[in-house]
Design a protein around this ligand. Structure first.
Ligand SMILES: Cc1ncc(C[n+]2csc(CCOP(=O)(O)OP(=O)(O)O)c2C)c(N)n1
Ligand SMILES: [Mg+2]
Length: 756
């Protein structure tokens, strides 16, 4: 370790990238260690190492590529040719992980994975990690990972699924993918990768503390504890720091060494010679035992967190110099020279050739076109092929299966009397699980109990525990599992027990699932249909948390489809369309089920049975965006609404017709995202007056979107009122009705319109 007295003026420099660069050159130039006779083919690079000469050469070259990409990015960032400077320097030991695994082992990578990628690129012929990485750093449209949308480590052919920069958010889906690999066998699903694949998931030491990481470790252990296989290799690249906050010395080992059902391994990521065997042990254990494995990979961080992090401003130069002395490339250079594999000149030559290669690729990438139109940017975000979706939603080539599931012709739901929402959702789910053998339904209490509201009753019995199952009580993990199953080609139907409990796991949809097609330029997709018991008005079971009416958190997630049914037949048809959207276009879909309507049978009077409907035949589906119109062409008043608002508006319409002699049309929007602006505008055009009835909250609710569509559609002059929930949490008991719209408020709003 250097001491202050021997730190030269150069080492005190501001630009640590230059210093790290120069250190390498000086280290090689001043090498005076013994040089052995070069090892022969197949012989260990150094005595006692499991790494042979060829392996070492390739790993070392991958390390150098990674280092020079970092150095290049620091130089070209200031010239605006590169747009990302979070580097991999100090973490180049992760190349060992790539070498010791297969290119078909799905990898969810930390952002310091330059060397991993360079090494994995060797697994397939004709690929160039330098060119591909340069295109990504330059945000070029030709970037094979994201099409210029972000600097991500990703590759379709190499099974590297691009990650967002939200730390730890990839662990739940990585675990989900590992679980899915094993579950495929149990449901007879053909995996897109070999059956004995493992999932690699890398992350930093600070990230390991994050709730999203902890839930993955916990669920991995929860699963393994039940003796179910979990081939997940969690790799903590421990550089001892997260931006500027040091991880307490020894914390990672202390925290993970003795966790039950999370098998701990340690490896020296700073030394290829000894680290290789250690990484190998962890990989082999994970693949062979198919148990959750935690590999603690020692690394260091050089050149700061990112190019903008001038470490010298906040930590001592002595500390930096000491860290720089642990540079794994110095150790690799020592191995290279000591083993006789490289002469000093060869090594310096390789170093400079690699530098030139990276700069040349970056300059070439800079000359390539970037994304230049909004349409280009958004292209992979929300694919929609209406004809194929319709055909898929109406496909009925599973008649035998449904006959079995329902128990014969007479018991087919379309041959039964009209039923209410909960029953028809249940019937539709039976139909969909029969139609899609790759579909899985899971969540809290959904199996034996059939859900809190019995909506999933009977599915477990019919389709068995491999397809219908309870998860741990953890929404983040439910959605992580969903992404994992989807990654392996299955069709997940995760259930979130109450809308209020979606919010604590929101990022798994917002930041992760909904963004995958975008950040992978449409190459990867994680289709799913998330069902959520939602909204207010429950009688006798009140309070905010079971009556949450906030749709806002879903509405602005780019690319997400949100549907909300108010009646059973619509629910069945919408679920068919949502599954088809997932299957055909890979869309992430949400289906909001109004709890208060689950058991509603009557519309106007107790016992009238008017809110029960015939089950739609399986070849009937609904077009995305199609609303339902009641009482067309009435136009004295048009009420736009959804969910609980629909039967409420229909009842209020009767009162309004009586009081004001108006003919009232009621529009059930049914699709809340994307809103069908054209449909809304068209309906508004023929209206003399408009009411927007939104049971969600006033601010940022669906109603705002509806009114915008009306105004932008040219109907801003039509008299309009909004009846909407208050900006508050929902209180218990009857006080709830004070904050939500009711029939009386609707009638009062109509009277107000009349007096204008
Ligand atoms: C959820 C989240 N919070 C904060 C950040 C900002 N951030 C980016 S990296 C980082 C530190 C991560 O440290 P570590 O996991 O040790 O990885 P390292 O950078 O050291 O390799 C932070 C706080 C983020 N990306 N995501
Ligand atoms: Mg760290």
């Amino acid at each position: 370790m250097s001491t202050p007295s021997i730190i030269s003026a150069r080492h005190k420099g501001f630009n640590r990238a230059e210093i790290v660069d120069q250190n390498f050159i000086e280290f090689v130039q001043s090498w005076v260690g013994a040089t052995l006779a070069p090892p022969r083919a197949g012989e260990p690079v150094l005595a006692g190492s499991a790494l042979d000469a060829r392996g070492f050469r390739e790993l070392f070259e991958s390390q150098l590529i990674s280092r020079h990409i970092d150095l290049m990015a620091r130089v070209l960032r200031v010239q605006n040719k590169v747009f990302y400077t979070i580097g991999s320097s100090g973490h180049e030991g992760n190349a060992m992980l790539a070498r010791l695994t297969r290119h078909t082992d799905p990898a969810f990578l930390h952002y310091r994975s330059g060397a991993f990628m360079a090494e994995r690129f060797r697994k397939l012929p004709g690929m160039d990690p330098v060119v591909d990485s340069a295109l990504s750093f330059a945000a070029s449209k030709d970037d094979p990972a994201s099409g210029g949308r972000h600097k991500v480590w990703g590759s379709k052919s190499l099974w590297v699924l691009p990650q967002t920069s939200t730390i730890a958010s990839h662990l739940p889906k990585a675990l989900g993918t590992a679980v899915a690999i094993e579950q495929a066998r149990r449901i007879g699903h053909q995996l897109p990768i070999p059956n004995d694949s493992i999932v690699i998931c890398t992350f930093g030491d600070a990230s390991s503390n994050h709730a999203s990481a902890q839930t993955a470790f916990n669920t991995a252990a929860w699963t393994a504890y039940q003796r179910l296989p979990v081939p997940a290799l969690f790799v903590c690249e421990d550089n001892g720091i997260g931006i500027s906050v040091k991880t307490p010395a020894g914390w990672i080992a202390n925290n993970f060494r003795h966790r039950a059902d999370l098998d701990y391994f340690w490896a020296d990521g700073l030394d290829l010679s000894s680290g290789y065997t250690q990484v190998q042990s962890a990989v082999e254990h994970c693949r062979g035992a198919r148990r959750p494995t935690f590999l603690h990979l020692m690394t260091t961080r050089l050149m700061g967190h990112a190019g903008s992090d001038f470490e010298i401003e906040w930590r001592s130069v002595e500390e930096l110099v000491a860290l720089e002395a642990t540079d794994p490339l110095l150790r690799s250079a020592a191995i290279a020279l000591e083993s006789g594999l490289y002469s000093k000149d060869d090594l310096l030559n390789l170093y400079e050739t690699t530098r030139r290669r990276c700069f040349a690729a970056a300059e070439a990438a800079d000359a390539r076109p970037r994304l230049s139109s909004l349409a280009d940017v958004m292209k992979p975000l929300a694919p929609y092929t209406p004809a194929a979706v319709k055909a898929e939603a109406e496909r009925v080539d599973y008649a035998d299966k449904r006959m079995n599931v329902f128990g014969g012709e007479a018991k087919l739901p379309e041959n039964l009397p009209p039923r209410h929402l909960a029953i028809q959702i249940n019937q539709a789910l039976h139909d969909l699980l029969a139609k899609y053998p790759e579909a899985l339904l899971f969540g809290e209490d959904v199996a034996q109990k059939g859900g809190v509201y019995t909506v999933t009753r009977g599915l477990y019995k019919t389709f068995k525990g491999s397809r219908v199952f309870n998860t741990p009580l953890d929404e983040t993990m439910i959605l992580g599992l969903a992404q994992g199953y989807a990654n392996m080609g299955m069709l997940p139907l995760p259930e979130i027990q109450y809308l209020a409990y979606f919010h604590n796991a929101c990022d798994q949809i917002r930041g992760e699932a909904a963004s995958l097609q975008f950040f992978s330029n449409g190459q990867y997709r994680n289709p799913m249909v998330m069902r959520v018991a939602s909204l207010g008005y429950q009688k006798g079971f009140g309070g905010h948390f079971h009556n949450d009416n906030s749709i806002t958190a879903l509405r602005d997630i780019p690319g997400l489809v949100v549907g909300c049914a108010s009646r059973g037949d619509d629910a069945a048809m919408m679920l068919r369309t949502l599954m088809a959207l997932a299957k055909i276009d890979g869309r992430v879909c949400v289906f909001l089920e109004p709890i208060a309507l689950y058991m509603t049978k009557d519309l106007y009077e107790p016992g009238d049975g008017q809110w029960q409907f015939d089950y739609p035949r399986p070849d009937q589906a609904m077009t995305l965006g199609a609303g339902r119109i009641y009482n067309q062409p009435a136009n004295d008043l048009v009420i736009f609404t959804f969910g609980n608002g629909v039967p409420m508006a229909l009842r209020a319409a009767r009162a309004i017709e009586k009081a004001l002699a108006w003919q009232v049309r009621v529009i059930d929007l049914r699709w809340l995202a994307p809103l069908n602006d054209a449909f809304i505008a068209a309906q508004a055009k023929s209206a003399k007056r408009i009411l927007v009835l939104d049971e969600g909250r006033k601010s940022a609710g669906v109603g705002e979107g509806v009114i915008t569509a009306i105004v932008e559609g040219g109907c801003g002059a039509t008299p309009l009122r909004r009846v909407v929930g208050a900006d508050t949490f929902t209180p218990l008991a009857d006080a709830a009705l004070l904050v939500l719209p009711g029939e009386a408020t609707i009638v009062a709003a109509a009277r107000e319109l009349n007096s204008r």
